[in-house]
Design a binder for this molecule. Structure first.
Ligand SMILES: *[C@@H]1O[C@H](CO)[C@@H](O)[C@H](O)[C@H]1NC(C)=O
Ligand SMILES: *[C@@H]1O[C@H](CO)[C@@H](O)[C@H](O)[C@H]1NC(C)=O
Ligand SMILES: *[C@@H]1O[C@H](CO)[C@@H](O)[C@H](O)[C@H]1NC(C)=O
Ligand SMILES: *[C@@H]1O[C@H](CO)[C@@H](O)[C@H](O)[C@H]1NC(C)=O
Ligand SMILES: *[C@@H]1O[C@H](CO)[C@@H](O)[C@H](O)[C@H]1NC(C)=O
Ligand SMILES: [Cu+2]
Length: 553
């Protein structure tokens, strides 16, 4: 009797959750779209003809279903950046890691639950440079709506997707970069919600405009969807209170500038309490490179107009930090702390795998096929393993079906004492629920190339960011780890020539990519994979979906 009575509240709780959960369904047609942008007529590849692509809004606990229909000439996949994919690893969309790409004229339905996370995330293509134009917001509301926010309910929410634009087919930009061995050329413009703003004095230079009301509080959901650049973002005359990053709540942090690396998101509250008028919002590159290499110097602009103010009123322009302002960038990146509510997961203190992973770029001889390469080609690695994508089958399918010879499980825990890089498809195998700590150490392998911030992104998990610093990590730093209220992120901008320590619990079976989110560095090999084994039932990787894309070649 006692046991039965105790079951009742649990059953009720489950029923309530089920009753609230919805199935949110979208169809994304991925195909060519004509656009006039930055003074040029172009054909770009988009989802449903939109730039940015459709915004997805779900509540925590919902099931998301996206029918991806590939009408483009390119094999591609879609990644749901920051989504845990708990027991749904087949849907992560990492090309050749969790699936082979969806072939032209084929489709695949992504289907997964969004459990235990809320805030601002996004989705993007995960093959070639196509994510430059195939991306959109993925906003997860608390299960009980805006009243679930751990901050005052904003009057309205404004998504701000920062992007990068090329006056050329981005697949060709990628191929040219492969042929020169130097990676893709720099972009021609930066964008806010797909538009460069009035930096281009011509027709087709569209600008993002939003009307606000005086005396309200707005929530800006800022996403860095740029391909290769970190950004500074400001709104003239206004200040922010940051309340979340990478869909994890932070302690409120007051600032007048947002610093954001590719892959990251920042949620910031903003009061419209200054004199009604028009105010530019603006973004430009934060250049962390330690040697002078050209970068996109343009400024993306959008405009905030207070209700009642005419469209032709002059607009105030914010003063962005200098491009090389590492002090401002470091202050922002290093000041955030997690909200760390009693209900949030605490940092696990017993670590099963202590890893040190070094990474950086080096010069290699030009390959014979690199017909426009002069001098050297770029190459990159993690722990001297330059990651090679498998050809015939995705790593997850190889794991599930036990296909031999696709990858090796010898990714080293520490940098090996060798010179040069090994080209290999290596993974680090861990058991279900193991706690993994990684010291991410940025290296300068070539003084001609220097270093820069590398935004390292982990699929399938959030991690605690326990510490970061300049120069070389020293084990005595372990006593300075923040185990109380560290930032929780899925992407960390590891400082140029410095280090960051991350820790996560491998509570999700599958193959999980960890790589630099500067797209230019991914084909160079700046990546590795965590293989997480099945746990006790029900913590198992289920069979692949019925329409799981087949591999060709
Ligand atoms: C997703 O949620 C549905 C509905 O609650 C449930 O039936 C299903 O088992 C869940 N899937 C996974 C992989 O957890
Ligand atoms: C996806 O492809 C299948 C088989 O070709 C087809 O039956 C289905 O209608 C397609 N779905 C969409 C959304 O186009
Ligand atoms: C909504 O959910 C959050 C977190 O579960 C809780 O703290 C809050 O009190 C809830 N709000 C309402 C109005 O139920
Ligand atoms: C907005 O104004 C209110 C009232 O003065 C204040 O409590 C809040 O902190 C302000 N929020 C921001 C984002 O500045
Ligand atoms: C670069 O081009 C070569 C030759 O066409 C090809 O084999 C290789 O896969 C390409 N690499 C990338 C990263 O696209
Ligand atoms: Cu990088």
């Amino acid at each position: 009797m006692a046991a039965a009575a105790m079951l009742v509240p649990v059953m009720l709780a489950l029923c309530t959750a089920a009753a609230n959960a919805a199935v949110v369904e979208h169809t994304f047609k991925l195909g060519g779209t004509k656009i006039t942008q930055a003074c040029m007529d172009s054909v770009i590849y988009t989802a449903n003809g939109q730039l940015p692509g459709p915004s997805i809004e779900v509540s925590e606990g919902d099931t998301l279903v996206v029918h991806a229909v590939n009408d483009s000439p390119y094999p591609l996949s879609l990644h749901w950046h920051g989504i845990y994919q708990l027991r749904s690893g087949w849907n992560d969309g990492a090309n050749k890691i969790t699936q082979c790409p969806i072939q032209p004229s084929s489709n695949f339905t992504y289907r997964f639950n969004i459990t235990g996370q809320e805030g601002t995330l996004w989705w993007h293509a995960h093959s070639s440079l196509l994510r430059a134009t195939i991306y959109g917001a993925l906003i997860i509301k608390p299960r009980n709506g805006s009243s679930g926010y751990p901050f005052p309910t904003p009057y309205e929410e404004i998504p701000i997707l920062l992007g990068e634009w090329w006056n050329k087919n981005v697949d060709e930009v990628e191929k040219d970069g492969n042929m020169t061995g130097k990676g893709p050329k720099i972009s021609d413009a930066l964008t806010i919600n797909g538009m460069p703003g009035d930096q281009y004095p011509c027709q087709g230079s569209a600008m993002y405009k939003v009307e606000v009301e005086y005396g309200k509080m707005y929530l800006l959901r800022i996403i860095n969807a740029a391909v290769n650049v970190e950004l500074f973002f400001k709104v003239a005359g206004h200040t922010f209170i940051v309340v979340a990053a990478d869909a994890s709540y932070t302690k409120p942090y007051a600032t007048d500038v947002i610093v954001i690396a590719p892959g990251q998101t920042v949620d910031a509250l903003m009061n419209t309490s200054v004199s009604p008028g028009r105010y530019y919002m603006a973004a430009h590159v934060f250049d962390s490179k330690t040697v002078a290499i050209p970068f996109d110097m343009s400024i993306a602009k959008g405009v905030i107009r207070y209700k009642g103010v005419p469209d032709y009123a002059p607009a105030a322009m914010p003063t962005l930090p200098p491009h090389n302002d590492v002090v401002t960038a470091g202050r922002f990146y290093w000041s955030l702390t997690g909200l760390a509510r009693p209900s949030d997961p605490a940092v696990r203190t017993t670590v099963n795998h202590n890893m040190v992973v070094t990474f950086g770029l080096d010069q290699a001889p030009c390959a014979p096929y690199q017909t426009s390469c002069s001098g050297f080609a770029l190459v990159a690695a993690m722990n001297r393993n330059s990651f090679q994508f498998p050809e015939k089958v995705s790593l997850l399918e190889a794991l599930y079906k036990g296909v031999p010879g696709v990858y090796s499980e010898d990714f080293p825990d520490f940098p090996p004492p060798v010179q040069g890089f090994r080209k290999a498809t290596t993974v680090k195998k861990v058991k279900y629920n193991d706690v993994v700590e990684v010291v991410l150490q940025s290296e300068e392998y070539s003084s001609a190339l220097g270093t820069e911030n590398h935004p390292i992104h982990l699929h399938g998990f959030d991690f605690f960011l326990l510490a970061q610093g300049l120069g070389r990590f020293d084990p005595s730093m372990k006593s300075k780890y923040n185990l109380v209220d560290p930032q929780v992120r899925n992407t960390v901008a590891v400082p140029a020539g410095g280090w960051a320590v991350i820790r996560f619990t491998a509570n999700n079976p599958g193959m999980w990519f960890m790589h630099c989110h500067l797209d230019a560095h991914l084909p160079l090999g700046l990546a590795m994979v965590f293989e997480v084994l099945n746990g006790p039932s029900p913590n198992l990787l289920p069979p692949p979906p019925v329409d799981y894309p087949k591999c060709y070649g």
